[in-house]
Design a binder for this molecule. Structure first.
Ligand code: ADP
Ligand code: MG
Length: 561
């Protein structure tokens, strides 16, 4: 059997155009071919579990091999395979069914991912690095003949009988001169680590040597020998694909180290995301210690689609302030060949964005409620992040208002509401504004702080990088009629306690007169009347007889006395 044909495309030779256009991102050919191999493996598993395949599935494995001498890279799988008909259908036709459209549109596309995504060119990305590509495949179907396809990057292909005797597919790339870097094992290892580290089917790239126990020496100590074992580059069931109930804290921390092998501080806590409606999304977000916004490494969140790494530029999916977090997000609703303009246009992305914000806020609230002490202790590390979120995202702020902490010079922590309650009657100016005193520099304003404390006032410490913005935030959102004032002698002097207003309404003379009025009205010698607004707590008038005291107190409170 031999057959020649022409890939259905109206333009003479499209590959040079693709090649040139996609060049900057050419390493993704490996991601595309390995994920096709993984797809093919998953498919045979599914067919078997549906009873549509009676044969042995066996151990599924994707094999990546580099042959430096022959200048080839081979990606092999034992998945479903393809018949000659299927190769014609899936490989020849689909990519260029809309060739004219392609030629028109590729000019406006922004990046390689976009081209691949919009035009289903996953397989054809091989031509970014290869002059010639071969497919050798045997379908799982009973009685299928092995098929061989080859294409040299022009629009013609050749199909002949294949050589495979077992189910699956080999994709053989004849690497072109410009792409010889991909014949370096270290380069391939790096690319596999980047894109394929968490794919669901084992991926083997050569072998590696490791130490294995080999009996005992005369003293009974274990002996070791060096052995070559398969170099499996991936973890097929990463933590985010499991249920939170299966995972211990140590599992989460171990996964963090797997994600970021370079020494990093341990995360403070994490959020396991898991939603399947109205979109599908899983992932784990870690809270790093954030001392200083500038020190934190952004772009640490990795975006996956069905366990294939896509990008660590998650700008459009994750709200800006959450870019300080680390971890992974996996959503099959984000296509593998995701592109910037796709993300901006996609309505799921907006929903995903809102969902993540909500989950993060909920988690923080949960920690705050269940372990306030622990939350307060973590505040130094997460406060900056929370404030950043509050200032930049209204939805987040609504929730964070409940757990955003304010610290005073005594080292005490209050929520915004608690703080309002604490000072609302004590720190009032003559216009009735509630004045929050704050310092941005405890050492420098030491004497003013002492002065304020002596008068029973409270002073907030707002010395963080975002706290200048927090002052106006608190004025708007912290409660009614709040003004923030930096603590100094002048401000302290002008403060009054709410109850002290009564003091201002009565001079000493007036007090005396008032006493007389009360005494006259009561006209009982056994009762002593005192009008003492100057030292009043909440009782400017006292008549020392219990029952009267109660009534007078009431009168004084309602203003009727
Ligand atoms: P996509 O993966 O988005 O469908 P591709 O261009 O990557 O697009 O692949 C086109 C099609 O070719 C696949 O959908 C699949 O049917 C077939 N194919 C590619 N590689 C393999 C493989 N290793 N085994 C079986 N089928 C494959
Ligand atoms: Mg593909």
């Amino acid at each position: 059997m031999q057959e020649k044909g022409s890939i259905s495309i109206h333009t003479e030779n499209i590959f040079p155009v693709i090649k040139k256009f996609l060049y900057s991102d050419n390493e993704i050919f490996l991601r595309e071919l390995v994920s096709n191999a993984v797809d093919a493996s998953q498919k045979i598993k599914r067919l078997s579990s549906l009873g549509q395949y009676q044969g042995e599935v066996g151990d599924l494995l994707v094999d990546v091999k580099v042959d430096k001498e022959a200048k080839t890279i081979t990606i092999s799988d034992n998945g479903i395979g393809m018949t000659a008909e299927e190769i014609k259908k899936y490989i020849n036709q689909i990519a260029f069914s809309g060739a004219t459209e392609f030629m028109e549109k590729f000019k406006e596309a922004n990046d390689a991912n976009e081209i691949i995504g919009r035009f289903g060119l996953g397989f054809y990305s091989a031509f970014m690095v290869a002059d010639k590509v071969e497919i050798d495949s045997l379908s799982y179907q009973e009685g299928a003949e092995p098929a061989h396809w080859t294409c040299d990057g022009s629009t013609s292909y050749e199909i002949s009988e294949g050589t495979r005797t077992t189910r699956g597919t080999d994709i053989i790339l004849h690497i072109n001169e410009d792409a010889e870097e991909f014949l370096e094992e270290s380069r391939i290892q790096t690319i596999l680590d980047k894109y394929c580290k968490f794919l669901p089917v084992p991926i083997r790239f050569g072998t590696k040597s490791t130490q294995e126990e080999d009996g005992e020496d005369e003293e009974g100590k274990p002996k070791y020998k060096t052995v070559e074992v398969d170099n499996i580059i991936n973890n097929t069931s990463p933590a985010w694909t499991k249920s939170p109930s299966e995972l211990t804290d140590e599992d989460y921390l171990a996964f963090y180290r797997e994600l970021y092998p370079y020494p990093m501080d341990e995360p403070l806590f994490w959020i396991h995301l898991n939603v399947d409606y109205p979109f599908n999304l899983t992932g784990i977000l870690y809270f790093p210690k954030i001392k200083n916004e500038l020190e934190v490494q952004r772009n640490k969140i990795k975006l996956y689609s069905r366990q294939v790494f896509i990008t660590d530029e998650v700008k459009d999916i994750v709200p800006e302030f959450l870019m300080l977090l680390h971890g992974v997000i996996d959503s099959p609703d984000i296509p593998l060949n995701v592109s910037r303009s796709f993300l901006q246009a996609d309505s799921n992305v907006k929903k995903i964005n809102n969902y993540i914000t909500k989950k993060v806020a909920d988690k923080l609230q949960e920690i705050f409620k269940s372990d306030r002490k622990g939350f307060e202790e973590k505040w130094n590390d997460i406060g900056l992040f929370i404030k950043y979120g509050m200032l930049s995202d209204e939805k987040f702020a609504e929730k964070a208002n409940e757990f955003c902490l304010l610290k005073n010079t005594q080292g005490e922590s209050y929520t915004m509401k608690e703080y309002y309650e604490k000072v609302k009657d004590i720190q009032v100016d003559k216009d009735g504004n509630i004045v929050y005193l704050y310092t941005h520099d405890v050492a420098q304003q030491d004497s003013f702080i002492a002065g304020a404390t002596a008068k029973g006032y409270d002073v907030l410490v707002l010395d963080g990088p975002l706290d200048t913005h927090m002052t106006s935030y608190l004025e708007q959102k912290g409660g009614e009629k709040i003004q923030l004032k930096r603590v100094d002698a002048d401000v302290i002097d002008k403060l009054i306690q709410k109850d002290e207003k009564i003091e201002l309404t009565l001079s000493e003379d007036e007090s005396k007169k008032a006493t007389e009025v009360f005494e006259k009205a009561i006209s009982r010698a056994d009762m002593k009347v005192e009008v003492d607004a100057l030292h009043a707590e909440d009782l400017p008038v006292s008549v020392t007889l219990d029952e009267f005291m109660r009534r007078m107190k009431e009168m004084a409170k309602t203003g009727g006395g």
